[in-house]
Design a protein around this ligand. Structure first.
Ligand SMILES: NC(=O)c1ccc[n+]([C@@H]2O[C@H](COP(=O)([O-])OP(=O)(O)OC[C@H]3O[C@@H](n4cnc5c(N)ncnc54)[C@H](OP(=O)(O)O)[C@@H]3O)[C@@H](O)[C@H]2O)c1
Length: 270
């Protein structure tokens, strides 16, 4: 199956990013798997190609505007304008409010999780507007909807991302560009593995107990799977509504906000 879509996935070498790259390529999109770790990007590209899809690695640090500009030019030269962006790159760092790291940890997470997603979308938006078509899906978190102890910086960055996406969805609705958001609870990825290690180091729980404790925090009672998140992302990219927000609980997908239909857009000159 082929489609005309060119997709950029940030953090494409990671758990949700790699699963999303596979899902989008499976739907026929040409996928630019972006991130900072070349080996992990290439491993994901190899997996997509082995499954019969089309993918290329693309070096892109969401905290570096020069890197984003270079990536945009490389993408244009290689495969043409990007019309699907999955703003997935993220970091999760626990810190108690009383710890010495709370300031640096808050700033780091705002820089990657909020400004990083915003920067990438805004960099690729002009090409979408020129063509009168485009979609972005922001990978937020249940921590965009709820608070959790010891992750104030992470929750604040994801709340900021959700607020940005809601406003961008309204602003872009009549311009052919749709904005969707996924809010997964704990997902079975390397990020959650790191949270498990953190719990093991800070408490008397062993690995299995720590993992079970995180799964128990999910309303569905089990970890969300990365390929389920990927399928929801694909659905939002293919949607003609903007502002849709989907929460993934581990056992179900809840449409927290159903968005509004995109207003048909005619590019200038037609
Ligand atoms: N796992 C969960 O429980 C969970 C739940 C809800 C939401 N999320 C969100 O889902 C997204 C993906 O997380 P994951 O669970 O798949 O974790 P992951 O495997 O750790 O993936 C995170 C990805 O982000 C990339 N990244 C970090 N900083 C970056 C930067 N400055 N520039 C470009 N890429 C950067 C990493 O790439 P490199 O380091 O290789 O460059 C990595 O590929 C994140 O936004 C996360 O907040 C995760």
């Amino acid at each position: 199956m082929t489609s005309d879509h060119v997709a950029l996935v940030t953090g494409g070498g990671g758990g949700i990013g790699a699963a999303t790259s596979l899902a989008l390529a499976g739907a026929g999109a040409t996928v630019l798997v972006s991130g900072r770790d070349e080996l992990r990007l290439q491993a994901c590209v190899d997996a997509v190609r082995a499954a019969g899809g089309v993918a290329y690695p693309l070096s892109l640090d969401v905290c570096d505007e020069g890197s984003i500009r270079d990536a945009r030019q490389k993408a244009l030269d290689l495969v043409g304008p990007v019309d699907w962006v999955v703003a997935n790159a993220g970091v999760a760092i626990s810190a108690a409010l009383t710890s010495d790291e709370v300031e640096s940890v808050a700033q780091k997470q705002m820089d990657v999780n909020y400004h990083g997603a915003r920067r990438v979308f805004e960099a690729f938006l002009p090409h979408m507007l020129q063509r009168g078509q485009g979609r972005v899906v922001m990978v937020a978190s249940s921590a965009a909807l709820l608070g959790y102890p010891y992750i104030t910086g992470y929750a604040a960055s994801k709340h900021a991302l959700l607020g940005y996406a809601r406003s961008a969805a309204l602003e872009m609705r009549s311009k052919g560009v749709g904005v969707g958001v996924v809010c997964p609870h704990y997902v079975d990825t390397p990020m959650t593995d790191a949270s498990v290690e953190h719990i093991v180091n800070k408490t008397d729980r062993n690995h299995d107990q720590a993992r079970a404790a995180l799964a128990d925090l999910n309303p569905g009672g089990k970890l969300v799977q990365a390929d389920e998140v990927a399928r929801v992302i694909l659905r939002l990219l293919q949607s003609d509504s903007s502002g849709v927000v989907v929460e993934l609980t581990g056992s179900e997908q809840r449409e927290v906000e159903s968005g509004l239909p995109l207003v048909p857009n005619t590019p200038k000159g037609d």
